[in-house]
Design a protein around this ligand. Structure first.
Ligand SMILES: CSC[C@@H](O)[C@@H](O)C(=O)COP(=O)(O)O
Length: 367
């Protein structure tokens, strides 16, 4: 997407082909800073410390990290060790394992001296494919926005609520949840986005608000607890969120708080859609609540806040008594029964085993 008129992706290879550039998302929205990752360890740190985040971008970064590792040690042992190191960075987003498996499968049959170059090319393919897939998700999701817009009068916008950042910063480009929104906006359909702040890391306040603003999409930030109230007052036409892992039965694991939005949507008859590339489906899991590992992050993310002072300095402050302990689960699972539809690159389906099988029949055969 464009930043000040210049097209950007969230990750791009250096010209010499040995490192990648990323946008350091810990610095947004106050500073636009890019960093260069040149080793698998740097890629792992960038993922673990959330310089890059969002399921598809985590996968893309890990793929390049594995290519960097193979440039150093292309042996089978080197490949397995680097893949394990990168896989351990964040446990919930399945795209991480998907991307590492894809690179491993494409290089394992090759002689060692060809592996690094092949892995680099594969990582590039994963990125290009992510852009295409997200664009397709947007095309399908756009039809849902159009349907609602058709019932509006006098330029009244379609009000969409989103949680966390499933925007272009979370992918290589376009985003998943935001792709239909950008495409609707670009097609001249009036849209307005309610952006959940998304405590504790505030991906909504810092990232989604930043991207939507840069693209000129009308939006307003709300505290995480406001969604139910907005829905009760008819101010939300639809919810669109992303996901870190979707089960073969349609359960959706996404940023903590997504489940509560789905409950409120259900109670208020508001459609609750989940946008996802098929790389986010874990075909081996059927029960999201029991089987998906939920990342537990530092309690400090809850007890402290970082922001900009009025004189422009970045500062971290405590918001609790010093002895307060916090628990910080980073994701939750929304059962399939609360999900109106899944928006994938192949089209829209019910959040169920049958729905997914209708779009991905080859996976039904495989499982
Ligand atoms: C297209 S991104 C989908 C999800 O990864 C996104 O909604 C999300 O929960 C991101 O969590 P994060 O902890 O910021 O990596």
């Amino acid at each position: 997407m464009k930043i000040d008129g210049v097209a950007h992706r969230s990750i791009w290879p250096a010209e010499h082909g040995r490192s990648v550039h990323i946008i350091d998302q810990t610095q947004l929205p106050h500073r636009f800073v890019t960093s260069e990752l040149a080793t698998p360890e740097e890629a792992a740190t960038a993922i673990r410390d959330m310089w890059v985040r969002g399921a598809p971008l985590i996968g893309a970064t890990a793929a390049y990290g594995l290519a960097m590792a193979l440039a150093r040690d292309p042996s089978d042992a080197g490949l397995a060790q680097a893949a394990a190191m990168l896989a351990a960075t964040r446990p919930t987003a399945i795209n991480l394992r998907w991307a590492l498996d894809a690179v491993t499968a494409s290089v394992a049959p090759l002689p060692e001296d060809q592996r690094a170059a092949a892995a680099w090319a594969k990582a590039g393919e994963i990125c290009d494919e992510d852009v295409e897939v997200n664009h397709a998700i947007g095309r399908h999701g756009l039809s849902l926005i159009r349907e609602i817009a058709a019932h509006k009068s006098g330029g009244e916008p379609v009000n969409i609520l989103t949680h966390c950042n499933a925007g272009w910063l979370a992918t290589v480009d376009w985003g998943t949840a935001t792709s239909p929104i950008y495409q609707a906006h670009d097609a001249g359909i009036p849209v307005h986005v309610w952006v959940d702040e998304t405590r504790p890391r505030n991906q909504g306040a810092g990232l989604t608000a930043w991207e939507l603003g840069r693209h000129g999409v009308s939006h307003r930030l709300v505290v995480d607890n406001a969604g139910g109230h907005l829905m009760q007052h008819g101010l939300v036409d639809m919810v669109i969120v992303g996901t870190d892992r979707t089960t073969a039965t349609g359960d959706v694991c996404n940023k903590i708080g997504t489940y509560l939005k789905a409950l409120a949507a259900h109670d208020n008859g508001v459609p609750f859609h989940v946008a996802l590339p098929s790389s986010t489906i874990d075909w081996t899991v059927r029960d999201g609540l029991r089987e998906i590992p939920i990342e537990e992050r530092s309690g400090r993310e809850v007890t402290h806040l970082t922001g900009l002072t009025e004189d422009g300095r970045s500062e971290t402050i405590a918001i609790t008594p010093p002895t307060t302990q916090a628990t910080n689960p980073a994701f939750d699972v929304t059962p399939a029964r609360l999900v109106t539809s899944l928006i994938t690159e192949r089209g829209i389906c019910a959040a169920s085993a049958q729905g997914l099988a209708s779009l991905f029949p080859e996976r039904r055969a495989a499982s």
